[in-house]
Design a protein around this ligand. Sequence first.
Ligand code: NAP
Length: 437
Amino acid sequence: MINIAIIGSGPSGCYIADMLSKKVADAQVDIFDRLPTPFGLVRAGVAPDHQGTKNIVRQFERTFSRDNVRFVGNVNIGDDITYQELKDQYDVIAVTIGALQDRDLGIDGEDLNGVYGSGAFVAWYNGHPDHADLNPKLDSSGIAIIGNGNVALDISRILAKTAEEMGSSDITADSVTAIAESPVQDIYLIGRRGPVEASFTNAELSEFAELERCVALVDPAQLPAALPEDFDPKAAKAVEKNLETLRGYAENAADSKPVRLHIMFCASPTAILGENGTVTGLRLEKNQITDGRATGTGETFDLDVQTVISAIGYRSQPIEGMPFDEGRGIVSNEEGRVEDGVYTSGWCKRGPQGVIPANRADSMGVAKQIIADLEANTPAGDKAGFNKIAALLDERNVRTVGFSDWQTINEAEVRRAEGDKPREKFNRIPEMLALLD
Ligand code: NAP
């Protein structure tokens, strides 16, 4: 038997598991996750009001249901089982742990109460146990969101929507209540470069056109009349579409709805201002853009905000003993190869870029590489795989969660959902485990 371990049950891990369980003869694929719940980013990263994107789990469920695939939830590799112990028992390891840690802005005031990274904030409203107790400061009339990617748009939209608009989402009950009770009037979405350089996509940008209580606004002076003549024709269509949407927002009346989303460009945060340990404002420096690069003009201005959320990208968390590139915050690798028998894919391989289909393509490539390496060098078949790992987990009193256990948790979440919600997530591990014993 060829024993394959996958660390992390998000999309990248599921795609590798799917291919290897089908294509490698006599393979046993064990997918480890430190949470009792599978699907990683699909459950805890994808916006709760983008349920369509979450449909991909139906395909992953089929993978987990295969005879030679095992879900081993609630097991933290690097803690419950060491990386070396896993290497000793498996012929192949694929590391697909994503990128969970927020990158710092590196400015004064980042440690004030009221400052959050998007990773923590998104995890909070999506019911990830790591941030169930975040209790973000939302008693604010002004909230700033830093970044011009789709994560920044997701957060802005979730803050802008009413509880009714979130009614068919799987946002946690506590979060939707906290957001509904927030007195927020002004949300600022701040890009350090211009609208032409923004990395958000039009489907997401357009969602602000018809929100119940929130109007999107842009200063028309920040929008170019046309793209430069030498602009990359491949990128032009998408950028034109964004500009068209933004021009529409520039015509909106600021007083038409109770909450305003100010879409601002060409400004970098230089300090988060505070009093008594709490945010009282955000200082920004105006930028000029030359050849797509932002440089500060020296001119600063302050925003009256009491909460700041940065959505500027992520780093992966190292696992002890695993080669790790501290500078880039990724697992060290050369085109997916980490070391003998160890591979990586997804955000922990390339950095936090790309949507689920991009990670599918990445994982397919890595899985093909694994298959080619196994064909070139057939393992001796002398590794014990899960038999030995299960014994270690037993000795260490770790309660593993199998796929049928997850189905029990899943059913309980679906059962307790109210109204049109597809599920009410459990966001604490003991609550989930209590359903099983
Ligand atoms: P992203 O698209 O790379 O956006 C990061 C943003 O942070 C950029 O605007 C970047 O500006 C800005 N930034 C970085 N460092 C900064 C700093 N020090 N100060 C100010 N701004 C800074 O990444 P993301 O939004 O985290 O999304 C990650 C990936 O997931 C993307 O591929 C995204 O498309 C995908 N995603 C997709 C969806 C969806 O399809 N609905 C939803 C969420 C995420 P610069 O451009 O100037 O570097």
